[in-house]
Structures are given as C-alpha cells and as structure tokens.
Design a binder for this molecule. Structure first.
Ligand SMILES: NC(=O)c1ccc[n+]([C@@H]2O[C@H](COP(=O)([O-])OP(=O)(O)OC[C@H]3O[C@@H](n4cnc5c(N)ncnc54)[C@H](OP(=O)(O)O)[C@@H]3O)[C@@H](O)[C@H]2O)c1
Length: 257
C-alpha cells in the first residue's frame, strides 16, 4: 500500500502551523498548502530536521477552484491521504453594504468552495482506501448570524452543516468528518479580518493557537462530529438555541462592532 500522508491547508500561519507540528510529532508525512511559499518551506525544513519525516510544500491559491482541483490531482497520485485538515480560511469585518467585496468573495471561495472540493475528493479517496479522517476548521461564528461579518458567519455555518450531514452519511464507514469550532484565538486572523478592535476580541483573552489545535486534533482522532473549544465558547455556541433568532442576531451585532 502507498505511504499515508496528512494534507494541511493554511499551514503558513496560525492554527495550520500548530496542526503541522502535532502531525509531525506523531511521525506523519505531510503536505503543506498555502500561498506563502517561503513560510511553508521554513516550517517544512524545521519539521523534516526535527522529526525525520517527509514534508512536501505545495504553494496554492485556494481561492481558485481550478487550482484546488489541480492540487488534489497532484497530491492523491500514488499516495494515500489518510488525514485532511481543511484549515485555510479568512474573514472580513465591515458592513455588507460597504464597497469592499473582494475579501468577502475570497472568503466564500476559500472557506466554502475550496473546503468542499477537498473534502469531496478526500472522502471519496478515503472510502476507496478503507479509512481516513477529515478535520474542517469552522468557528463559533457558525452558530449565529454575524452582522458586520455576515459572509464569514454564513461560510462557517455552511462548514458545520456540511460536516454534520456527511458525518451522518459516513456513520457506518471507517471515514470520519469533524468540525472544529474555536472562538477568538491568537493568530493573524483578527488583524487580517480588520476585527482586532471589536468587543469579541476585547471581552476575553483569546485562546492560544497550540491548545486549540490540540483539541481539534484529538476530537478528529476520536471521530467526533463537532468540537467547540473552551467553556465560554460552548455557552456562546449553545445559547442561541434558547433565544429568538432576532435577539441572538442583535446580541451578535453588539460583540462584532
Ligand atoms: N483566529 C481566530 O480567532 C479564529 C477563530 C475561529 C476560527 N478560525 C478559523 O481558523 C482557521 C485558521 O485561521 P487562523 O486563525 O490560523 O488565521 P491566520 O493566521 O490568518 O491563517 C490563515 C491561513 O489561511 C491561509 N489562506 C488564506 N487565504 C488563502 C488562500 N487564498 N489560499 C491558500 N491559503 C490561504 C493563509 O495562508 P497564506 O496567506 O500563506 O495563503 C494562512 O496559512 C480559519 O479557517 C479561520 O476561519 C480562526
């Protein structure tokens, strides 16, 4: 049988780097994907030296669906991908009525389209190979509409819904699909999304990326469908079920300002 590989998207920064370190420490061979080739190469070299594993770097712009399909064809050729971490993602904080649309469209392309293409290809491949695990990085944003981050919240609601549905389809198979739902976490995400100033990032100290990644990795290994990290985030994710949707949306608006 072909060697088993772990494919991690968004491995140049933040949570993706932490997932790569965890997988490498388990002795797994890795394929690292993002746009910043220099950062991927530097991480790959560190992990090769430290853990004596094979690491391939494939710089890819995941906002282009054709590039995502080409990436999959390249990685799945003669290889068994037994773990896919669909981590790459981006957001944008600003009113939907505003002029800045490129970043919102990119977030749909990366958070939704690329994630769906890779998950679709990986699940088919894993079922044919007799096993595998997919970890989709969603967010607590999935559990409520997000005024001022409307597109981002909608993309993450999609990720959780897709994950739960496919997990049910795969209930009796050796392939599992998990959605990780972190709250605010220390990475470059907030700066890039122009949301460092908002209440969500000021009310509580953001979580450390390493501990969020460890929790997600463990949940994936156990085949859990959804993992919300942190007690406050669990309340944040659960409480919208108790209140009318309109009130939930109003409260969300106040913490996303
Ligand atoms: N940080 C938080 O507070 C938080 C909370 C909940 C959920 N999340 C989710 O966690 C995941 C990881 O984010 P992070 O917090 O680690 O943020 P980050 O530090 O900004 O990292 C984002 C990663 O996504 C990659 N990426 C973005 N656009 C891409 C594109 N077009 N093509 C390929 N790769 C692309 C970036 O790589 P390049 O720039 O090199 O392409 C980078 O490696 C995301 O899905 C995010 O929605 C984050």
């Amino acid at each position: 049988m072909a060697a088993k590989w772990t494919l991690i998207t968004g491995a140049s920064e933040g949570l993706g780097v932490e997932f790569a370190k965890i997988a490498a420490a388990e002795g797994r061979d890795l394929i690292l994907v993002a746009r910043q080739a220099d950062k991927l190469e530097a991480l790959a070299e560190t992990l090769r030296t430290r853990h004596k594993i094979a690491v391939e770097v494939i710089p890819t712009d995941l906002s282009d669906p054709a590039s995502v399909e080409a990436l999959w064809r390249r990685v799945a050729l003669r290889r068994h991908i037994d773990i896919l971490v669909n981590n790459a993602g981006l957001g944008y904080n600003g009113p939907f009525s505003g002029p800045d649309f490129d970043r919102e469209l990119s977030s749909v392309a990366v958070n939704v389209t690329a994630l769906t293409i890779l998950m679709k290809r990986a699940v088919g491949h894993m079922v044919a190979q007799g096993g595998g695990r997919v970890l989709n990085v969603a967010s607590t944003a999935a559990f409520m509409p997000g005024p001022n981050m409307a597109v981002y919240h909608a993309t993450k609601a999609y990720v959780v819904s897709l994950t739960e549905a496919v997990a049910e389809e795969l209930r009796d198979s050796p392939v599992t699909v998990t959605a990780l739902c972190p709250g605010a976490t220390v990475t470059n995400f907030a700066r890039d999304a122009k949301m460092e100033h908002i209440a969500l990032f000021r009310i509580l100290p953001p979580a450390r990326a390493a501990s969020v990644a460890r929790a997600g990795w463990a949940a994936m290994k156990r085949g859990r469908r959804i993992r919300v990290t942190g007690l406050v985030n669990k309340l944040f994710a659960f409480s919208p079920r108790l209140a009318p949707r309109r009130i939930v949306t109003r409260i969300a608006a106040s913490i996303l300002k």
